[in-house]
Ligand binder design. Sequence first.
Ligand code: MRU
Length: 354
Amino acid sequence: MVKTMEWQHDALEILDQTKLPVEISFIKCTTYLRIAEAIKRLEVRGAPAIGAAAGFAMVLGWQQLMREGRPNLQAFAAVRDELTAARPTAVNLAWAANKLYAKADELAGQGKMPDEIAAQMEMLAIKIYDDDIACNKKMGEYGAELLPPHTRILTHCNAGALATCGWGTALGVIRAAHAQGKIDMVYADETRPLLQGARLTVWELMQDNIPVTVITDNMAAWTMKQKGINAVVTGADRIALNGDTANKIGTYGVALAAKHHGIPFYIAAPVSTFDFNIATGADIPIEERSADEVKRLQGVVTAPQDALAFNPAFDVTPAELITGIITEYGVIKPPYLENIKKLQLKTKEENFNG
Ligand code: MRU
């Protein structure tokens, strides 16, 4: 399995996902700003992966402030804010950046020297990376239990090893179920405008010899009917307290089609993707990207140059369309508000107990 990113103590090497599947190439990011740029350009993408990258970017940011002779919390807050502004929807980005900032704040409050703070932050960023892989493995186990023998499953976008630190959320569930011999076929929506499904999910599953068939997004409902799809699983970028879930644009339509066909629709996401501070999906900020992404396909013009275009990168699937949310703590079922609050309490207690 190709690594999404590799930490090198004073640099983060990332796999350039904009080039896949044509080319496997890496970008060495030696500054936090270059990582912010990589996040904006989707060279590194997927909620957990941009969270982990932001953690390492915070370490590089602190190292830079030390070289500039100003390792203070005010300057470090500016680094954090610049990083979190790179992409607004996936809450993992702010979650990781805030975690690193809080660590620096805590250590500075204890009178620790800047190089000691740097060392401890580096350990924390590595832990975020390692924990993500462990969470994905757990989600995989819980999720695979939900799937029947002869699963014909549909997924949208890429919520695989490429979107995380390894293994994947939705694709982690598929990987685990495949290891149990349950997967007959994975149908991967190509995921316009940037084709994360066709370019990344299909590539990633083929690498692991998991049976996969690519379809265009407008084929999803018909494929459910014609190919006997019996489960849908996707990832998430932000989950509100009531279970409303933001994920790649097109997920909402897939959930509606699944509901119509009586197919269970699952979300797989770690706790770092929950935003316990927001009540409903109406409060989730939705990133809008350049109109060019809609009017061109891989550089080829597909619409009149002056055409108006709307390009929301994510949509929000209402909680009532979601059969269950697979987390590293188990599967959350409705009533979501009550059960997500229980999850919040559990994670709070764990953090408190260290
Ligand atoms: O714009 P992207 O490619 O970053 O969007 C990614 C998705 O929407 C994924 O489904 C989500 O981040 C979950 S990744 C485990």
